[in-house]
Design a protein. Structure first.
Length: 356
Protein backbone atom coordinates (compact mmCIF):
# COMPACT_ATOMS: atom_id res chain seq x y z
CA UNK A 1 0.00 0.00 0.00
CA UNK A 2 1.12 3.57 -0.59
CA UNK A 3 0.18 7.02 0.60
CA UNK A 4 1.31 10.63 0.78
CA UNK A 5 1.85 10.88 4.55
CA UNK A 6 5.37 11.11 5.95
CA UNK A 7 5.09 9.55 9.40
CA UNK A 8 8.27 7.49 9.57
CA UNK A 9 11.26 7.75 7.25
CA UNK A 10 11.00 3.96 6.90
CA UNK A 11 8.25 4.61 4.36
CA UNK A 12 10.74 6.35 2.04
CA UNK A 13 13.07 4.26 -0.10
CA UNK A 14 16.73 5.20 -0.50
CA UNK A 15 15.84 6.28 -4.07
CA UNK A 16 13.12 8.60 -2.75
CA UNK A 17 15.48 10.12 -0.16
CA UNK A 18 18.04 10.67 -2.92
CA UNK A 19 15.35 12.25 -5.10
CA UNK A 20 14.46 14.64 -2.27
CA UNK A 21 18.12 15.56 -1.74
CA UNK A 22 18.50 16.27 -5.47
CA UNK A 23 15.37 18.44 -5.41
CA UNK A 24 16.60 20.35 -2.35
CA UNK A 25 19.95 21.02 -4.03
CA UNK A 26 18.17 22.22 -7.17
CA UNK A 27 16.09 24.66 -5.09
CA UNK A 28 19.26 25.93 -3.36
CA UNK A 29 20.90 26.54 -6.74
CA UNK A 30 17.95 28.41 -8.31
CA UNK A 31 15.40 29.45 -5.67
CA UNK A 32 13.74 31.90 -8.07
CA UNK A 33 12.60 28.99 -10.26
CA UNK A 34 10.40 27.76 -7.38
CA UNK A 35 8.97 31.09 -6.19
CA UNK A 36 5.49 30.33 -7.53
CA UNK A 37 5.57 26.54 -7.34
CA UNK A 38 2.89 26.42 -4.63
CA UNK A 39 0.81 29.50 -5.51
CA UNK A 40 -2.64 29.11 -4.00
CA UNK A 41 -1.67 26.23 -1.71
CA UNK A 42 -2.06 26.30 2.08
CA UNK A 43 0.09 24.58 4.69
CA UNK A 44 -1.38 24.06 8.18
CA UNK A 45 1.21 23.85 10.97
CA UNK A 46 -0.32 22.26 14.07
CA UNK A 47 2.25 22.45 16.85
CA UNK A 48 1.01 21.00 20.14
CA UNK A 49 4.59 21.18 21.46
CA UNK A 50 7.19 24.00 21.31
CA UNK A 51 9.39 24.39 18.24
CA UNK A 52 11.53 27.03 16.60
CA UNK A 53 13.22 25.37 13.63
CA UNK A 54 10.71 22.76 12.46
CA UNK A 55 7.71 25.03 12.64
CA UNK A 56 9.30 28.14 11.19
CA UNK A 57 11.28 26.32 8.52
CA UNK A 58 8.08 24.64 7.29
CA UNK A 59 6.28 27.98 7.29
CA UNK A 60 9.19 29.69 5.51
CA UNK A 61 9.42 26.81 3.04
CA UNK A 62 5.77 27.23 2.03
CA UNK A 63 6.07 31.03 1.83
CA UNK A 64 9.17 30.74 -0.38
CA UNK A 65 7.23 28.41 -2.67
CA UNK A 66 4.49 31.02 -3.05
CA UNK A 67 1.97 29.33 -0.76
CA UNK A 68 0.42 30.47 2.53
CA UNK A 69 0.20 29.08 6.04
CA UNK A 70 -2.39 28.68 8.81
CA UNK A 71 -2.15 26.92 12.16
CA UNK A 72 -1.35 27.21 15.85
CA UNK A 73 1.75 26.93 17.97
CA UNK A 74 -0.15 26.69 21.24
CA UNK A 75 -3.07 24.26 21.26
CA UNK A 76 -4.54 26.16 24.21
CA UNK A 77 -5.37 28.91 21.72
CA UNK A 78 -7.40 26.42 19.68
CA UNK A 79 -10.49 24.36 20.48
CA UNK A 80 -8.17 21.68 21.86
CA UNK A 81 -8.48 23.81 25.04
CA UNK A 82 -12.23 23.03 25.02
CA UNK A 83 -11.58 19.31 24.81
CA UNK A 84 -11.66 18.74 21.04
CA UNK A 85 -10.11 15.43 20.15
CA UNK A 86 -7.40 14.85 17.54
CA UNK A 87 -9.78 13.19 15.07
CA UNK A 88 -12.12 16.18 14.93
CA UNK A 89 -9.30 18.75 14.74
CA UNK A 90 -7.65 16.95 11.82
CA UNK A 91 -10.94 16.21 10.03
CA UNK A 92 -11.75 19.92 10.05
CA UNK A 93 -8.30 21.29 9.19
CA UNK A 94 -7.80 18.87 6.33
CA UNK A 95 -10.80 20.61 4.76
CA UNK A 96 -9.00 23.96 5.01
CA UNK A 97 -5.41 23.13 4.05
CA UNK A 98 -3.64 21.32 1.20
CA UNK A 99 -0.98 19.82 3.44
CA UNK A 100 -0.55 19.47 7.23
CA UNK A 101 2.60 19.50 9.39
CA UNK A 102 2.00 18.30 12.96
CA UNK A 103 4.06 18.06 16.14
CA UNK A 104 2.65 16.52 19.32
CA UNK A 105 4.13 15.38 22.65
CA UNK A 106 2.42 11.97 22.52
CA UNK A 107 3.92 9.01 20.63
CA UNK A 108 2.04 7.87 17.56
CA UNK A 109 -0.02 11.05 17.14
CA UNK A 110 1.08 11.69 13.56
CA UNK A 111 0.03 8.19 12.50
CA UNK A 112 -3.31 8.63 14.27
CA UNK A 113 -3.82 12.06 12.68
CA UNK A 114 -3.08 10.69 9.21
CA UNK A 115 -6.08 8.35 9.53
CA UNK A 116 -8.40 11.37 9.54
CA UNK A 117 -6.62 13.62 7.06
CA UNK A 118 -7.75 14.00 3.45
CA UNK A 119 -4.48 15.75 2.57
CA UNK A 120 -0.79 14.78 2.94
CA UNK A 121 0.33 14.91 6.57
CA UNK A 122 3.91 15.25 7.84
CA UNK A 123 5.18 14.10 11.23
CA UNK A 124 7.18 16.94 12.78
CA UNK A 125 7.91 14.97 15.95
CA UNK A 126 5.68 12.73 18.10
CA UNK A 127 6.94 12.56 21.67
CA UNK A 128 10.22 10.67 21.95
CA UNK A 129 9.27 8.52 18.96
CA UNK A 130 10.16 9.90 15.51
CA UNK A 131 11.15 13.12 13.76
CA UNK A 132 11.61 12.23 10.07
CA UNK A 133 12.04 15.73 8.65
CA UNK A 134 14.93 16.38 11.03
CA UNK A 135 16.60 13.35 9.51
CA UNK A 136 15.94 14.68 6.01
CA UNK A 137 17.60 17.90 7.21
CA UNK A 138 20.60 15.93 8.44
CA UNK A 139 20.81 13.96 5.20
CA UNK A 140 20.67 17.07 3.01
CA UNK A 141 23.42 18.58 5.20
CA UNK A 142 25.61 15.48 4.94
CA UNK A 143 25.12 15.26 1.20
CA UNK A 144 26.04 18.92 0.67
CA UNK A 145 28.91 19.04 3.16
CA UNK A 146 30.49 15.57 2.88
CA UNK A 147 29.39 14.79 -0.67
CA UNK A 148 28.18 11.31 0.25
CA UNK A 149 25.81 9.37 2.49
CA UNK A 150 27.83 6.17 2.62
CA UNK A 151 31.25 5.09 3.92
CA UNK A 152 30.91 7.36 6.94
CA UNK A 153 31.95 6.86 10.55
CA UNK A 154 29.20 8.54 12.52
CA UNK A 155 29.33 9.41 16.21
CA UNK A 156 26.03 10.13 17.97
CA UNK A 157 26.29 11.56 21.45
CA UNK A 158 23.98 12.54 24.31
CA UNK A 159 20.45 11.40 25.05
CA UNK A 160 20.29 8.40 22.77
CA UNK A 161 17.31 6.97 24.65
CA UNK A 162 14.86 9.85 24.27
CA UNK A 163 16.37 11.55 21.23
CA UNK A 164 13.93 10.86 18.40
CA UNK A 165 16.25 12.61 15.94
CA UNK A 166 19.00 10.10 16.66
CA UNK A 167 16.67 7.14 16.19
CA UNK A 168 15.48 8.39 12.82
CA UNK A 169 19.03 9.27 11.72
CA UNK A 170 20.48 5.87 12.58
CA UNK A 171 17.60 4.09 10.87
CA UNK A 172 18.10 6.14 7.71
CA UNK A 173 21.91 5.98 7.49
CA UNK A 174 22.00 2.27 8.31
CA UNK A 175 20.55 1.67 4.84
CA UNK A 176 23.59 3.14 3.07
CA UNK A 177 26.73 1.13 2.29
CA UNK A 178 29.50 0.80 4.82
CA UNK A 179 28.35 3.33 7.40
CA UNK A 180 29.53 2.61 10.95
CA UNK A 181 28.30 4.11 14.19
CA UNK A 182 29.77 5.05 17.57
CA UNK A 183 27.01 5.32 20.18
CA UNK A 184 28.24 7.69 22.89
CA UNK A 185 26.04 7.96 25.98
CA UNK A 186 25.69 6.99 29.60
CA UNK A 187 24.37 3.53 30.36
CA UNK A 188 21.01 5.02 31.38
CA UNK A 189 20.55 6.96 28.12
CA UNK A 190 21.72 4.33 25.64
CA UNK A 191 19.77 3.69 22.43
CA UNK A 192 16.63 1.54 22.65
CA UNK A 193 17.21 -2.09 21.80
CA UNK A 194 15.19 -1.83 18.59
CA UNK A 195 17.85 0.53 17.20
CA UNK A 196 20.54 -2.06 17.91
CA UNK A 197 18.32 -4.61 16.13
CA UNK A 198 18.20 -2.32 13.08
CA UNK A 199 21.99 -1.89 13.06
CA UNK A 200 22.47 -5.63 13.26
CA UNK A 201 19.86 -6.36 10.62
CA UNK A 202 21.67 -3.98 8.25
CA UNK A 203 25.07 -5.52 9.13
CA UNK A 204 26.35 -2.12 10.32
CA UNK A 205 29.45 -2.02 12.46
CA UNK A 206 28.75 -0.19 15.74
CA UNK A 207 30.59 0.54 18.98
CA UNK A 208 29.26 1.68 22.32
CA UNK A 209 31.33 4.34 24.07
CA UNK A 210 31.05 6.20 27.37
CA UNK A 211 33.85 8.67 26.51
CA UNK A 212 33.46 11.49 23.99
CA UNK A 213 37.21 12.20 24.14
CA UNK A 214 38.01 8.62 23.09
CA UNK A 215 35.28 8.36 20.48
CA UNK A 216 35.81 11.68 18.69
CA UNK A 217 39.24 10.88 17.23
CA UNK A 218 38.28 9.13 14.02
CA UNK A 219 34.82 10.37 13.11
CA UNK A 220 33.53 11.83 9.84
CA UNK A 221 30.57 13.33 11.65
CA UNK A 222 29.73 13.97 15.29
CA UNK A 223 26.01 14.34 15.96
CA UNK A 224 25.50 15.97 19.35
CA UNK A 225 22.10 15.99 21.08
CA UNK A 226 20.74 17.62 24.20
CA UNK A 227 19.57 15.71 27.25
CA UNK A 228 15.79 15.84 26.91
CA UNK A 229 14.75 17.26 30.26
CA UNK A 230 11.03 17.16 29.42
CA UNK A 231 11.12 13.36 29.06
CA UNK A 232 12.63 12.61 32.51
CA UNK A 233 10.54 11.35 35.41
CA UNK A 234 12.23 13.60 37.98
CA UNK A 235 14.49 16.66 38.17
CA UNK A 236 17.09 14.56 40.03
CA UNK A 237 17.28 12.05 37.17
CA UNK A 238 17.86 14.90 34.72
CA UNK A 239 20.47 16.62 36.90
CA UNK A 240 22.47 13.38 37.04
CA UNK A 241 22.72 13.28 33.24
CA UNK A 242 22.78 16.87 32.05
CA UNK A 243 26.50 17.69 31.83
CA UNK A 244 28.05 14.28 31.29
CA UNK A 245 28.97 14.92 27.64
CA UNK A 246 30.05 18.42 26.67
CA UNK A 247 31.90 19.15 23.44
CA UNK A 248 34.43 21.86 24.20
CA UNK A 249 37.62 23.14 22.53
CA UNK A 250 39.77 20.64 24.35
CA UNK A 251 37.83 17.65 23.04
CA UNK A 252 37.41 19.13 19.57
CA UNK A 253 41.21 19.42 19.35
CA UNK A 254 41.26 15.60 19.30
CA UNK A 255 39.02 15.40 16.22
CA UNK A 256 39.97 15.29 12.56
CA UNK A 257 40.08 18.56 10.61
CA UNK A 258 37.41 17.26 8.22
CA UNK A 259 34.98 16.02 10.89
CA UNK A 260 31.71 17.91 10.82
CA UNK A 261 29.62 18.66 13.90
CA UNK A 262 25.85 18.52 13.55
CA UNK A 263 23.17 19.09 16.20
CA UNK A 264 19.41 19.12 15.60
CA UNK A 265 19.18 22.04 18.08
CA UNK A 266 18.09 23.47 20.42
CA UNK A 267 21.42 23.33 22.22
CA UNK A 268 21.43 23.60 26.00
CA UNK A 269 25.07 23.34 27.06
CA UNK A 270 26.34 20.16 25.38
CA UNK A 271 28.40 22.26 22.91
CA UNK A 272 30.26 25.25 24.33
CA UNK A 273 29.56 28.46 22.41
CA UNK A 274 33.24 29.11 21.72
CA UNK A 275 33.07 26.27 19.18
CA UNK A 276 30.44 28.01 17.05
CA UNK A 277 33.05 29.78 14.90
CA UNK A 278 35.02 26.61 14.18
CA UNK A 279 34.53 25.70 10.48
CA UNK A 280 33.54 22.18 11.55
CA UNK A 281 30.53 23.49 13.50
CA UNK A 282 27.69 23.27 10.98
CA UNK A 283 24.60 23.20 13.17
CA UNK A 284 23.29 26.65 12.17
CA UNK A 285 23.89 25.93 8.49
CA UNK A 286 22.17 22.57 9.05
CA UNK A 287 19.00 24.38 10.19
CA UNK A 288 19.05 26.32 6.91
CA UNK A 289 19.53 23.16 4.87
CA UNK A 290 16.42 21.90 6.67
CA UNK A 291 14.32 24.62 5.14
CA UNK A 292 15.41 23.58 1.62
CA UNK A 293 14.76 19.94 2.46
CA UNK A 294 11.25 20.85 3.60
CA UNK A 295 10.63 22.88 0.43
CA UNK A 296 11.59 19.78 -1.54
CA UNK A 297 9.32 17.57 0.57
CA UNK A 298 6.31 19.86 0.16
CA UNK A 299 6.85 19.92 -3.60
CA UNK A 300 7.23 16.16 -3.90
CA UNK A 301 4.16 15.44 -1.77
CA UNK A 302 1.95 18.01 -3.51
CA UNK A 303 3.15 17.83 -7.09
CA UNK A 304 4.91 14.57 -7.89
CA UNK A 305 2.33 11.89 -8.58
CA UNK A 306 5.03 9.21 -8.58
CA UNK A 307 6.25 10.18 -5.11
CA UNK A 308 4.12 7.70 -3.13
CA UNK A 309 5.33 6.50 0.26
CA UNK A 310 4.99 2.89 1.33
CA UNK A 311 2.60 1.79 4.05
CA UNK A 312 2.94 -1.39 6.09
CA UNK A 313 0.21 -4.02 6.36
CA UNK A 314 -1.82 -3.71 9.54
CA UNK A 315 -4.57 -5.61 11.34
CA UNK A 316 -6.83 -5.01 14.33
CA UNK A 317 -5.40 -6.63 17.43
CA UNK A 318 -7.52 -8.11 20.21
CA UNK A 319 -5.26 -6.28 22.65
CA UNK A 320 -4.81 -2.60 23.43
CA UNK A 321 -1.32 -1.02 23.35
CA UNK A 322 -0.20 -0.66 26.97
CA UNK A 323 2.50 1.96 26.35
CA UNK A 324 1.43 4.83 28.66
CA UNK A 325 3.03 7.30 26.23
CA UNK A 326 1.00 6.04 23.22
CA UNK A 327 -1.71 8.16 21.60
CA UNK A 328 -4.14 5.21 21.96
CA UNK A 329 -4.29 6.02 25.68
CA UNK A 330 -5.70 9.59 25.60
CA UNK A 331 -7.57 9.15 22.27
CA UNK A 332 -9.59 6.11 23.29
CA UNK A 333 -11.65 5.86 20.06
CA UNK A 334 -8.52 4.82 18.11
CA UNK A 335 -8.56 1.19 16.94
CA UNK A 336 -6.08 -1.39 18.26
CA UNK A 337 -4.20 -1.17 14.97
CA UNK A 338 -1.12 -3.37 14.88
CA UNK A 339 1.46 -4.90 12.56
CA UNK A 340 3.57 -8.00 12.85
CA UNK A 341 7.34 -8.04 13.30
CA UNK A 342 9.40 -11.14 14.05
CA UNK A 343 6.24 -12.94 15.15
CA UNK A 344 5.29 -10.19 17.61
CA UNK A 345 2.40 -7.73 17.50
CA UNK A 346 3.56 -4.12 17.40
CA UNK A 347 1.38 -1.05 17.89
CA UNK A 348 0.99 0.73 14.54
CA UNK A 349 0.99 4.12 16.28
CA UNK A 350 3.94 4.02 18.69
CA UNK A 351 5.82 0.90 17.40
CA UNK A 352 5.94 -0.66 20.88
CA UNK A 353 5.27 -4.35 21.40
CA UNK A 354 1.68 -5.15 22.35
CA UNK A 355 1.59 -7.28 25.49
CA UNK A 356 -1.06 -9.97 25.35
N1 LIG B 1 15.44 20.34 15.65
C1 LIG B 1 14.22 20.69 16.05
O1 LIG B 1 13.28 19.90 15.96
O2 LIG B 1 14.12 21.96 16.56
P1 LIG B 1 12.78 22.62 17.06
O3 LIG B 1 12.32 21.83 18.27
O4 LIG B 1 13.14 24.02 17.39
O5 LIG B 1 11.77 22.50 15.97
Amino acid sequence: MTNKNLIDLESMSVEQVDKLVRKARKIMQSPADFRHACDGKILATLFYEPSTRTQMSFQTAMLKLGGRTIGFDNPMNSSVAKGENLKDTISVISGYADIIAIRHPVEGTAMAASMYSEVPLINCGDGGHLHPTQTLTDIVTLSCEKGRLDNLKIGVCGDLLNGRTVHSLIKALAKYENNSFVLISTEELSVPIYIIDILEKNHCHYEISHSLADAIKDLDMLYMTRIQRERFKSAEDYEAQKNVFVLDKEKLALAREDMIILHPLPRVNEITVDIDDDPRALYFKQAQYGMFGRMALILLLLQDEDFMLSERETFISEHRCSNPKCITQPESYLPNRAYEKLGMQMCDFCDKRIDK
